[in-house]
Design a protein around this ligand. Sequence first.
Ligand SMILES: [Zn+2]
Length: 258
Amino acid sequence: MLNVYALCGGLIDLDRSGFFCDVAPGTRMTVPVICFLIAHPRGNVLVDTGVHRQALTDPVGRLGEGRASRFRLRSKPSDEVVSQLALLDLAPDDIRYVVNSHFHFDHCGGNEFFPRSTFLVQRPEMDAARQVLAGAQMRYSPSPIDFDLPLDYQLIDGEHDVFGDGQVVLLPTYGHTPGHQSVRVRSGKGTDFVLTADACYTRETMDRDVLPNTLWDPAEMSRSLARLREYRDRQGATVVYGHDAAQWQELRRAPAPL
Ligand SMILES: [Zn+2]
């Protein structure tokens, strides 16, 4: 039986207008950063690595002034990926694959702690991130301090069945960033979980079909969001949204499985 666990990779206080393009600035909210551990018989898969623990003690040093002023960390010291894995009696070396949904700071902050894992990243995400490093484009803002490390990155083109058995499938959901991906997990008895990451911040994003202001490609993101909605509304999948505070309150978290 395959189990999925929700891990707290940080808590961030931000302005609601950052999530919804039709909301005026001025209202703050605190949202979770979620990582997942998928315990597959042939290896553990970690989905995203959250915010780096240094961001709590030295936000400007870790995130830079711009991000540190827009996003305030509300995490406890244990709200970071290595401490969360310990709740499951796992250490970084127990992780076979790390999936990065994308290279924003709150999704790849803990990458450095997994030097023995294979990272699965969509090729357009890595291509765009490398262009940023080369100064060839500035519209996308990945977090080089977090991803630009000597790690074993394996580049994926589109949909990818991690173990070849249909249980853990990476879904290209481009648009939020050039190569964003989500994950579908089939956990026993026909229960499907779709872990959207930032292809869909919250339930409200999906229900109102409202995009954020800051994104890579609105048309592409809209199409990705529509595909995720189909999983929820036509195929009966349980969707776990990227940063939904209300859903997080109800979600079973590690060490309990989802
Ligand atoms: Zn995010």
